[in-house]
Design a protein. Structure first.
Lengths: 321, 495
C-alpha cells in the first residue's frame, strides 16, 4: 500500500531527524528544562524575585527554568533538597540567609559549604524603623530611651534564628541595650504590629517598610548598610552612628557542590545575562528589590566569614547547644 | 464609578479570564491536594502574558471557585478538597447520605455566592475603615479569637463531651510538632526533617475524614454485607428553601469577611466560627451534624466570605489576609502592581474599581457555572461502590503526596486514616481534632507572643476591650452550648 509506505517512510525520517537533533543536543547543556528550588512559599518575596529573574531564561539558555517551591522547616527542607540534588546542573535553586543558621541551630545538615554559589542576586538590608509619630527622631534618641528603661521597648522581628531576629540581636549587642525582641511571623506581620502600635520598632528590611514610609506612617532611624541606602539618602547608617552593623537578608543562586565545571560556567553566564536584562532590572527597581551582583566564588568567600559571625550571634542569644 | 470603568472590565478577554478562573478553581478545589493556594501558584506563570487586570481577575476567580469546589467532594465523598471545606463535611456529607447530594451541592453553591457577594460589598464600602480595625488586633486579640473558635468544640461534640475534649487534646498535641514559634527550636520532630514544618494539615484532614469512610465501606463489601441501596433523590433545592436560608448565608458571609480581614486567620477558621454561630442561634439544634442545611450554608458562605475580606489588608496594607492572598501578593507584584498603602492613591481608577466590579461578576459567574456543574457532578454517588472506594483512596493518596511531593505525608495520611477509623468505631468525634489542629498554632503562638511582649504578665490579655469582649462571647457560647446539650440529650434519652 502506498499509504502504508508513506507512513513508514515518514516515520523513519522523523525518527532519524529525532536522533540527529538528540545528538546535536547531547553536546549542548542544557537540553531540557532546569528546575529551580525555592525554599519558601509561592508569592513570597523570595519566590517573586526568583521567578522574575528566570522569566526570560529561554532567551539566554534555550530552555526554561521552572521554579519549584519546596517549603517547610523555615527553609530547611528546600535548601537541604538542593544540597542533596543530583549535581548535573538540572537542579539549581535560590538560597537565603537562613542557610547560615541551619548547622548552628542543629536544624538541618546543610550549609554554605554544601553549595556552589552561582551568584548573589539580592540584598535586603536591615533597618531600625519606628512609627512616624514616635518621639525619637534619631537612632541615639531611641537608644537613650532604651538605656533609661531597660526591657521596656519592644522590637518586632522574626522568630529566633531567622534573619530579622539576628538583626535585633546584633543591634542590642552592639549598642549594649536591653530591648524586648518579640517574634512575629516575618516581615509583613512585623510591619502590621508596628503600624498597630503593638511594638515600638522593627528591624525588617528597607523593601518591607518603604511603602509605609512613603505613605507617612513609619520612619527609618538607621539602615544596616555600608553606605547610605539609595532609597533613603537622608537616613544615616549604623556605621555612621558608631555601631559596626552591616547586615541583612540576601538571596543567591546556587547549585549542588559537585556540579561539573562546564555546566557551572554555562549557568553562570546565562544567569548573568538574565540579571543584566533590562526587563529584570526595571522590574526590580519598580518593586523595591535591592539587587546586589556578586560573582559566586567571591560570594562564597564572603559567606565563610559571615557564617562565623552568624554562629556567634546565635550562640550569644543562647540558641545553640 | 463612571461608565468607562464598567467598560474597562466588561471586555471579552476579562470575562474569559474570569470564567476560566472560576472553572479551574471549582475543579481544582474539588480535587483533594489542590487547594486554592496551589492552583493559583501553579497558574501564576501562565498569566505572565496577560494584561494585569485580566490576570488578577482570573486569579481572584480561582480563589472564589476553589472555595466552593472544595465543598463538592466534601459533601459527596466526605473528602474535603480544601482545608476551608473541613466544616462543610459536618452537615454536607450526612445530607448526601440521605440522598440529598444534589440539593446539598446546590445549597453550597448558593451559600458560596451569597458569602462572596457579601464580602465584596464589605470590601467596597468598608475597606479603609476595616483595615484600621485589623491594625488594632495584636497578640491578645488573636489569642482571644482562637479561644473563641475552640469553643465550637462543644457544638460539634456529639454525644459525649468528654470524648470530644479527648479528641481536641490529641489535636492540640499534634500542633506542638515542628519549629517552636517563639524560640525557633524543633519540637517533637524526632530528628526528622519531614516533621520540621509540623504535621501537614491537609494530609491529616484527608486521612481523618475520607479514609475511615472508605475503610468502613470496604469492610462491608468484603464481609458480603448488603449495603442498603443508596437512596438517591435527584431533586433541586427550592426557591422557598433558598429564601429561608438567606439570612443565615448573609450572616455567615459577614462573619467570613470579618475573619478574612484579620491577617493570620483564613477560611478554615471562618467556617467553624460561622458554623458554631449558626448552631448557637438555631432554635432546634437536634439536626446539626446529621444533615442540617443551616450548618452547611453557614460553613460554605463563611469560607467564601474570606475572598473579599482577605483582599482588604492586601490592598490597603500590602499584608496578606490568608494563605491565598499571600500568593496573590506575588502575582500582583509580577504584574507590576505593588499592593500596599499607596495602591488606593496610584491605582484607584485603573485597578481598584475594576477589581471591585470584577469580583461581583466573578461571584455571579460562579453561581451560573456551579449550577450547570452541580447536576452531573452529584451523580458521582451513584457509581458502583467499588469505584467510589477506590477513587477516594487514590484521590487521598495523590492529595497527600502533592502538597509537598512527600511520601512521608502519604504514610502520615494513612496513619490518620487508621486513627480516624478507630475513633469513629469508638464513638469519638473527629471534628474537635480538626478544629484543634486549625486553631492550635494561632492560640499558642499568640499566647506566647503576648506573654513575651508583656514580660509574662498574663493579665495583660484582659487589658484590651476587644479581647475582653471576645473572651466574654466565648464564655457565653460555652454556657449556652452546654445548657442546650443537656436539653437535647435529655429529650433523646427519654424518647
Amino acid at each position: 500500500m502506498t499509504m502504508m509506505k508513506f507512513v513508514r517512510t515518514a516515520g523513519l525520517t522523523l525518527a532519524l531527524l529525532g536522533t540527529a537533533v538528540g545528538v546535536a543536543h547531547a553536546q549542548a547543556f542544557p537540553d531540557r528544562s532546569i528546575n529551580s528550588i525555592v525554599a519558601f512559599g509561592a508569592g513570597g518575596s523570595t519566590d517573586v524575585a526568583a521567578r522574575s529573574l528566570v522569566r526570560f531564561a529561554h532567551e539566554y539558555l534555550g530552555q526554561e527554568i521552572v521554579v519549584e517551591n519546596r517549603t517547610g522547616g523555615a527553609g530547611a527542607v528546600g535548601m537541604l533538597a538542593l544540597a542533596n540534588a543530583r549535581p548535573d546542573g538540572y537542579t539549581i535553586g535560590t538560597v537565603n540567609f537562613e542557610l547560615l543558621a541551619f548547622r548552628p541551630l542543629d536544624r538541618a545538615p546543610s550549609g554554605p559549604e554544601d553549595m556552589r554559589f552561582i551568584r548573589k542576586v539580592q540584598a535586603s538590608p536591615a533597618t531600625l524603623t519606628v512609627p512616624a509619630d514616635a518621639p525619637w527622631n534619631t537612632l541615639e534618641e531611641f537608644l537613650e530611651e532604651a538605656r533609661q528603661n531597660p526591657g521596656k521597648l519592644r522590637i518586632a522581628a522574626s522568630p529566633p534564628g531567622a534573619v530579622w531576629n539576628v538583626a535585633a540581636g546584633l543591634i542590642t549587642n552592639a549598642t549594649g541595650t536591653d530591648i524586648n525582641v518579640v517574634p512575629f511571623d516575618g516581615g509583613a506581620q512585623s510591619a502590621v504590629a508596628l503600624l498597630g502600635g503593638q511594638v515600638d520598632a522593627t528591624t525588617i528590611s528597607v523593601q518591607e517598610v518603604m511603602d509605609h514610609v512613603t505613605a507617612g506612617k513609619l520612619k527609618v532611624l538607621a539602615t544596616a548598610t555600608a553606605e547610605r541606602h539609595p532609597a533613603l539618602p537622608d537616613v544615616p547608617t549604623f556605621t555612621e552612628a558608631g555601631y559596626d552593623i552591616v547586615f541583612g537578608s540576601w538571596a543567591a543562586m546556587a547549585a549542588p557542590k559537585d556540579i561539573p565545571e562546564d555546566r557551572f560556567q554555562a549557568l553562570s553566564e546565562g544567569l548573568k545575562k538574565m540579571f543584566d536584562d533590562e526587563r529584570f532590572q526595571t522590574f526590580a527597581e519598580e518593586n523595591g528589590i535591592t539587587l546586589d551582583y556578586v560573582p559566586g566564588d567571591e560570594f562564597a568567600r564572603q559567606m565563610e566569614a559571615e557564617a562565623a559571625n552568624v554562629a556567634a550571634v546565635l550562640a550569644a542569644q543562647g540558641l545553640t547547644n | 464609578m463612571s461608565f468607562e470603568i464598567l467598560a474597562s472590565v466588561a471586555t471579552l478577554s476579562n470575562l474569559t479570564a474570569m470564567l476560566a478562573g472560576v472553572m479551574l478553581g471549582i475543579v481544582g478545589g474539588a480535587l483533594p491536594g489542590l487547594t486554592a493556594t496551589m492552583v493559583i501558584a501553579l497558574l501564576v506563570p501562565f498569566t505572565f502574558s496577560m494584561a494585569p487586570l485580566a490576570a488578577l481577575l482570573m486569579l481572584c476567580g480561582i480563589h472564589a471557585g476553589a472555595n466552593y469546589g472544595g465543598a463538592i467532594t466534601a459533601i459527596l465523598l466526605r473528602t474535603p478538597g480544601t482545608p476551608a471545606a473541613a466544616a462543610t463535611v459536618l452537615d454536607g456529607y450526612p445530607m448526601a447520605q440521605k440522598g440529598q447530594g444534589r440539593r446539598a451541592v446546590e445549597l453550597a453553591l448558593y451559600a458560596s455566592g451569597i458569602g462572596g457577594l457579601a464580602s465584596v460589598l464589605v470590601m467596597i464600602f468598608l475597606s479603609p475603615v476595616v483595615s484600621n480595625v485589623a491594625l488594632m488586633f495584636g497578640p491578645s486579640e488573636y489569642f482571644a479569637i482562637g479561644v473563641f473558635g475552640l469553643t465550637a468544640i462543644v457544638g460539634v461534640a456529639g454525644r459525649s463531651l468528654l470524648k470530644a475534649l479527648v479528641a481536641a487534646a490529641i489535636g492540640l498535641t499534634l500542633t506542638l510538632v515542628g519549629l517552636d514559634p517563639v524560640t525557633g527550636y524543633p519540637r517533637f520532630t524526632f530528628g526528622s526533617m519531614d516533621l520540621l514544618g509540623g504535621v501537614p494539615f491537609l494530609a491529616a484532614l484527608i486521612g481523618l475524614f475520607a479514609l475511615p469512610e472508605a475503610f468502613r465501606r470496604s469492610a462491608r463489601m468484603i464481609g458480603q454485607l448488603r449495603e442498603e441501596a443508596p437512596h438517591f433523590d435527584n431533586s433541586h433545592t427550592s426557591l422557598r428553601e433558598i429564601g429561608e436560608l438567606t439570612p443565615e448565608a448573609v450572616k455567615s458571609g459577614l462573619i467570613g469577611s470579618a475573619v478574612g480581614v484579620l491577617p493570620g486567620a483564613g477560611g478554615d477558621v471562618a467556617a467553624f466560627i460561622a458554623y458554631n454561630e449558626a448552631r448557637r442561634s438555631a432554635k432546634d439544634k437536634s439536626q446539626f451534624g446529621k444533615g442540617d442545611p443551616r450548618g452547611l450554608v453557614a460553613a460554605e458562605s463563611a469560607n467564601n466570605g474570606i475572598t473579599g475580606g482577605a483582599m482588604v489588608p492586601l490592598l490597603t496594607l500590602g499584608v496578606p489576609g490568608d494563605a491565598v492572598t499571600a500568593v496573590l501578593i506575588g502575582a500582583f507584584t509580577i504584574h507590576g502592581i505593588r499592593p500596599g498603602p499607596l495602591l488606593f492613591e496610584t491605582h484607584l481608577e485603573t485597578l481598584i474599581y475594576p477589581l471591585f466590579l470584577g469580583l461581583i461578576a466573578i461571584n455571579i459567574l460562579m453561581l451560573v457555572c456551579g449550577f450547570l456543574f452541580s447536576g452531573p457532578v452529584a451523580q458521582i454517588v451513584r457509581l458502583p461502590r467499588s469505584f467510589i472506594i477506590g477513587g477516594v483512596i487514590v484521590l487521598s493518596v495523590i492529595g497527600a503526596y502533592s502538597m509537598q511531593f512527600s511520601m512521608f505525608d502519604v504514610f502520615l495520611m494513612l496513619g490518620f486514616g487508621a486513627l480516624g477509623y478507630f475513633f469513629e468505631e469508638n464513638d469519638y468525634p473527629l471534628s474537635p481534632i480538626v478544629l484543634a489542629i486549625i486553631l492550635g498554632p494561632m492560640v499558642e503562638t499568640n499566647l506566647r507572643r503576648g506573654l513575651a511582649m508583656h514580660q509574662g504578665d498574663a493579665l495583660a490579655f484582659l487589658s484590651s476591650p476587644i479581647s475582653l469582649t471576645i473572651f466574654a462571647l466565648a464564655a457565653v457560647t460555652v454556657w449556652f452550648s452546654v445548657r442546650s446539650r443537656k436539653a437535647t440529650f435529655a429529650t433523646t434519652s427519654n424518647a
